[in-house]
Design a protein around this ligand. Structure first.
Ligand code: PMV
Length: 360
């Protein structure tokens, strides 16, 4: 498919007004997307676990305007309060997707959004937020094109979400989502995320993710700036090649359920992401001393307990602790006794693999 396939044909009908609500999950990448080309095209393919608890719920009320203007017309409420500071981001999103949703300027929208995770927890809400918004907009468009298939609906929602925030395209479905063209993965595309088309061993069912909130402050460097720093980065080329190789290796690992090999790829990907940050110009470090304390304790615990617990990191200081459901009891005990002391106010979020967005 190409971009052109997402430009709709003339609408069969238009609804004057209505309301739609979607809850979309966050996701955590196992092979990381870091570096992009124009129009949010990833420099390398990535794969993620869709989460369950961390999610954004968004309602969109829409009403046809009698006199459409040249600007987008919308109000935005975050957790019940009008939030002017979020509007520029939504406006930019609307600008990027207008070609694919030509009705946007003919309507007034009231957007009401809230997150399941604590505000300013350091957990990025852009993936779940953009995905929820894209799903609401697709629901409105489906009202104009009632014969739209579910698979096209999800694909276009992912395509639109990508234009809001790259990783958001992996937040439509669950539980394992691949984004970015890879020669071994049929159907993979730079334009949208797809459900991982191969077998995943039962050991990955209901995989657990305890998110340790190490630092709740705002990041010194946004991911937009970070992606841009991969331009002219001395290690960019080998890094992009490595991501392709890691995805090929994961294919076998997912099939066989080999957790030792899984851990090696996932932890290496997390540290490579941060290594790219540390070796860009300008260079920066998003991990905190407590992040490193946690990683070392995870390694020590794994060594002595023969557990399959491992970590991954986002573009921030928080740590995602990943482990199979069968080890939940012993890993939870370890987290409680040894890791929570390194979290800001002892805070964490207990999450696990999720099945994707739902409509209310
Ligand atoms: O979607 P963005 O532009 O916020 O970039 C996200 C990048 C990482 O979270 C660091 C990696 C990933 O693949 O999700």
């Amino acid at each position: 498919m190409t971009d052109q396939d997402f430009i709709p044909t003339e609408y069969e009908q238009e609804n004057i007004k209505g309301k739609t609500t979607w809850k979309a999950p966050s996701n955590i990448a196992l092979v990381k997307y870091w570096g992009k080309k124009a129009n949010q095209i990833p420099a390398n393919p990535s794969i993620s676990f869709t989460l369950d608890t961390c999610a954004t719920t968004t309602s969109m009320s829409y009403k046809k305007l009698d006199n459409p203007k040249s600007d987008f017309s919308f109000e935005l409420f975050f957790e019940g309060r009008q939030k002017e500071s979020f509007k520029p981001k939504v406006n930019t999103f609307f600008e990027r997707i207008e070609t694919y949703l030509p009705f946007l300027k003919s309507y007034h929208f009231k957007i009401e959004t809230s997150n399941s995770f604590p505000h300013s927890s350091g957990i990025a809400s852009s993936a779940s937020g953009m995905s929820a918004l894209a799903l609401c907009l697709m629901d409105i468009e489906r009202g104009f094109h009632p014969e739209m298939t579910d698979s096209f609906f999800r694909r276009k929602a992912s395509f639109l979400a990508r234009l809001g925030s790259g990783s958001a395209c992996r937040s439509i479905e669950g539980a394992l989502i691949q984004w970015g063209h890879h020669e071994d993965i049929q159907g993979s595309s730079d334009l949208y995320g797809i459900k991982y088309p191969f077998k995943a061993h039962e050991v990955f069912e209901n995989y657990q993710d305890t998110i340790l909130l190490v630092d709740k402050g705002t990041k010194q460097v946004s991911s937009t700036v970070g992606h841009d720093l991969m331009f002219g980065h001395p290690f960019a080329k080998p890094r992009f090649t490595q991501a392709h190789e890691n995805l090929s290796e994961l294919k076998v690992i997912f099939e066989e359920g080999n957790l030792d090999r899984f851990i090696k790829i996932v932890e290496s990907e997390a540290l490579t992401l941060h290594a790219m940050m540390m070796t860009s110009h300008p260079y920066f470090i998003l991990m905190k001393p407590n992040t490193l304390k946690i990683l070392n304790k995870i390694w020590a615990f794994r060594e002595r307990s023969k557990s399959h617990v491992c970590f991954t990191l986002d573009a921030g200081a928080n740590v995602h602790v990943l482990y199979p459901e069968s080890e939940k009891e012993k890993v939870s005990e370890f987290i409680e006794e040894e890791l929570l002391q390194h979290c800001e106010n002892g805070q964490y979020i207990q999450d696990r693999l999720g099945l994707g967005a739902i409509k209310y």
